[in-house]
Write a protein that binds this ligand. Structure first.
Ligand code: MN
Length: 235
């Protein structure tokens, strides 16, 4: 007989899958920092060269930070500078440790458009103080994500436009071909830090044009041939 829980364990957070009634259960959410040169420069950083030589910086959000596309989320607490970051999200159905880049794409179930919401003022303050910036990234409702498109449907997009608009005004544009670390390189590097597993999501970084959101804003992101994600900020 299995041990009883003292209260019902929380349901697994999950993400919609395009053209499929089933859902993708989320285990962990990983993110990579500064993966487009133009965004690194707008953050005041020299872009990394990427590739296998230089390790990227990773951070995480809690699995239950996922938000269904189309939802309205509250303007988060403790910030006056909530920023949008449109990103290609990789959804894994296989995992492992020390995955070679040449085998990394075998782990990918599909791709989605996601928004890495950021309390930029908290991140900057933490960074300047040499403190962890978890709470600037891993807050409630900080990971809106659109429906996952399976690899079986769209393959592995290595190029294509990525963009975000706020209230119909274009804010961010880029191309997946500008990723400093490619998806296979990201998976390989991340799997040297931690063992990956089915259900893991990886936000692959944002192009330039990040900026503030205000209560009442409508945020619409798109990744070409992958899909879209929409979220409204509550008033
Ligand atoms: Mn990001």
């Amino acid at each position: 007989m299995s041990a009883a829980f003292i209260f019902p364990p929380p349901l697994s957070p999950s993400v919609a899958i395009a053209h499929d009634a089933r859902r993708f259960p989320v285990r962990r959410i990983f993110c990579i920092a500064l993966n487009y040169a133009a965004h690194a420069r707008e953050m005041g950083k020299e872009p990394a060269k990427g590739g296998g030589g230089e390790p990227p910086v990773f951070f995480a959000k809690p699995a239950d930070a996922v938000v269904e596309s189309g939802a309205t989320i509250p303007y988060p607490s403790l910030t006056n500078d909530l920023h949008h970051e449109i990103e290609l999200v990789v959804a894994l159905s296989r995992g492992g440790a020390d995955i070679p880049a040449g085998q990394a794409l075998d782990c990918v179930f599909g791709y989605a458009a996601g928004i890495d919401l950021t309390r930029r003022d908290l991140q900057t303050a933490a960074r300047n103080a040499g403190r962890p910036w978890d709470m600037s990234k891993g807050f409630d409702h900080s990971a809106p994500i659109g429906a996952i498109r399976p690899v079986a449907e769209i393959g592995h997009p290595a190029c294509g436009g990525i963009s975000l608009s706020v209230n119909g005004v274009l804010r961010q544009t880029g191309d997946l071909s500008d990723l400093i670390w490619s998806v296979p390189e990201i998976i390989a590097a991340l799997s040297r830090n931690v063992a990956l597993a089915p259900g893991d999501l990886i936000f692959t970084g944002t192009p330039s044009g990040v900026g503030p959101l205000l209560p009442g804003d409508l945020v619409e992101g798109e990744v070409e041939r992958v899909g879209s994600v929409t979220v409204s900020i509550g008033k």
